[in-house]
Design a protein around this ligand. Structure first.
Ligand code: HC0
Ligand code: SF4
Length: 568
């Protein structure tokens, strides 16, 4: 560590830290827009400038490393003036329609303008940019609101390995643009939404369906069914001041009932079902000799990536639909029949940590009996917004339970929400169903954690199964390249496009906490540990579903409702 002086006080800080990190550790506030703890610093916004004794110019705190004996001043008139000037410049080119903005009240720029009491010094009537791109069902780009921080560019390239945007200088303005300024939906964009989760303002947001759902709730002329993804329950609370990783499943269910949904089901139930189908498919492939590796197929951004960039692997993807796309059709068949409801009169809403699910529900392959399996997707952020609009006191709601029969789930389903979870859940079931004997140990710890690519070898009655897990597009692409070149061989591979899996999904609450993913991951594994049933094939409601309706995994009905195809 090194000793630095910040505003006249000595602080011991880790060597190699940036001045911004050092000040954060010392509890000294520094404003910033372009910096994000999970992205490489660039110093682009110049809002974090500070004075360093001996240096003539102000320095960007995010991109300057501490040195032993450094004397840093963050509160001088010169700093204050520069920060205000830089904010005022940004404000001059920013629209002032905060009241109608998607992120009103949750905008980092708005907070800074308020905090520094910035007046509009250079009011301009002219729009600086007219790029408004709603081509994608997943994200909307309204670049008039862009503050040129470059976080979207970095999230897309550093984390996702996708490079959809680059900063384009058009003379009078610089903007994060697609190649040839194409609508984003026409590029190789996989709809993961990471760019929207890192945007500090409302320049890139999820393509919101809040109003649509609000209208359905108020009209209420249909049976309103909602399902919640595994990763939502450890993140939604953040929108209401709960610690990251707090498990608020019961409050979420209660809030959804208060909003007016008639049935609250759990995507986790269908995650158990996915394991039954996908696990059985894997066992079939072992019997029939492939094709290997078998890839998981539940991440729709990964499916987009495979279809757009790796068509050679489409035959390797499991044909199992993702859990929420299994639950929707089951609601409109199995459940509708049980309750005597006309399926045309049911609306299924999925609450997902994911923006790609908005794209996923309009795939023609997901139509069942002429109806979409799932009608509307709301991200975790959008659900937070809806709950706030309705003034529901989320944090103090008493816990409620999911409805049955599509609400019961196991610990195996819970861990779908983190990287490695689908693999672990699948192995728990494939082992016991395939070998007919109990697992020696229920946890597969080698596939857990944040390493970008994880591998394990599992002894499958003498056969050594090789499995791999990758998360975050950049890691995924590395792994796929190695598989393509023949450098590595695997039997089974789990892919999640977002960093850390769904807990880090592009539709999750925005966070500047660098430990947010660790906390959410802890929350997920805690749910698994606390579950009395931890293997999908032991879920009694799943057993009943097969007895009453599906017959057995990979049956004819299963194929009709629960499996899909891919196109390149
Ligand atoms: Fe996921 Fe899913 S686990 S993709 O990460 O498989 O979004 O949370 O809902 O469908 O279950 C996301 C999360 C899901 C699905 C499940 C899978
Ligand atoms: Fe890149 Fe994902 Fe944003 Fe598409 S949605 S531009 S792939 S970060």
């Amino acid at each position: 560590s090194v000793l630095v002086e910040i505003n006249g006080k000595q602080h011991q800080v880790p060597s190699g830290a940036t001045i911004l990190e050092a000040c954060n550790l010392a509890g000294v506030y520094i404003p910033t827009l372009c910096n994000h703890p999970r992205l490489e610093p660039t110093g682009a916004c110049r809002v974090c400038v500070i004075e360093v004794e001996g240096a003539r110019n102000l320095q960007p705190a995010c991109a300057t490393k501490v040195q032993d004996g450094m004397k840093i001043k963050t509160k001088t008139d010169r700093v204050e003036k520069a920060v205000k000037f830089n904010l005022a410049l940004l404000l001059s080119r920013h629209p002032k329609d905060c009241m109608t903005c998607e992120v009103n009240g949750r905008c980092e720029f708005q907070d800074l303008i308020y905090r520094y009491d910035i007046q509009d010094l250079f009011p301009s009537e002219e729009k600086t940019s007219t790029v408004y791109d709603d081509s994608s069902p997943s994200i909307i780009r309204d670049l008039e609101k862009c503050v040129v921080c470059g976080r979207c560019v970095r999230a897309c390239s550093e984390l996702q390995g996708m490079d959809i945007y680059s900063m384009v200088d058009r003379g009078f303005e610089t903007l994060p643009q697609t190649a040839f300024e194409m609508p984003v939906y026409e590029t190789d964009c996989i709809a993961c939404g990471q760019c929207s989760a890192f945007c500090p303002v409302g320049a890139i947001t999820e393509n919101s369906n809040v109003r649509k759902v609000l209208e359905e709730l108020e009209r209420h002329d249909k049976v309103l069914v909602v399902q919640t993804a595994p990763a939502t329950r450890v993140a939604l609370g953040e929108e209401f001041g709960l610690e990251p990783g707090s498990i608020s499943t019961g409050k979420m269910v209660a809030a959804l009932r208060k909003l007016g949904f008639d049935y609250v089901f759990d995507t986790n139930f269908a995650a158990d079902l996915t394991i039954m189908e996908e696990g059985s498919e894997f066992l079939e492939r072992l019997k029939n000799g492939g094709p290997f590796p078998m890839f998981t197929s539940c991440c729709p951004a990964w499916v987009n990536m495979a279809e757009k960039l790796y068509p050679q692997f489409l035959k390797n993807l499991s044909s199992a639909k993702s859990p929420h796309q299994m639950l929707g059709p089951l609601v409109k068949t199995y459940f509708a029949k049980k309750k005597g409801i006309d399926p045309e009169n049911i609306l299924v809403v999925s609450i997902m940590p994911c923006t790609a699910k908005k794209d996923d529900i309009i795939r023609p392959q997901h139509m069942v009996n002429g109806m979409p399996g799932v009608d509307i997707v709301l991200t975790t952020r959008e659900l937070g917004k809806l709950i706030k609009m309705k003034k529901i006191p989320y944090a103090s709601l008493p816990d409620e339970e999911y409805d049955s029969p599509l609400g019961e789930s196991t610990g195996a389903a819970a861990i779908f929400g983190v990287t490695g979870g689908v693999m672990e859940a699948a192995l728990r079931t494939a082992y016991e169903l395939g070998l007919g004997k109990p697992l020696p140990k229920v946890e597969f710890t080698n596939v857990r954690g944040f390493d970008g690519i994880k591998e394990a070898t599992i002894d499958f009655d003498g056969k050594q199964l090789k499995v791999a897990v990758a998360h975050g597009g950049a890691n995924v692409r590395k792994l796929l390249d190695k598989i393509t070149s023949g450098e590595v061989y695997y039997d089974f591979v789990e892919i999640m496009a977002c960093p850390a899996g769904c807990i880090g999904g592009g539709g999750q609450p925005k966070s500047l906490d660098k430990n947010v993913l660790t906390r959410r991951m802890e929350g997920i594994y805690t749910i698994d540990e606390r579950s009395t049933i931890r293997k999908s094939h032991e879920n009694p409601s799943i057993k009943k579903l097969y007895e009453e309706f599906l017959e057995h995994p990979l049956s004819h009905v299963s194929h009709e409702l629960l499996h899909t195809t891919y196109v390149d």
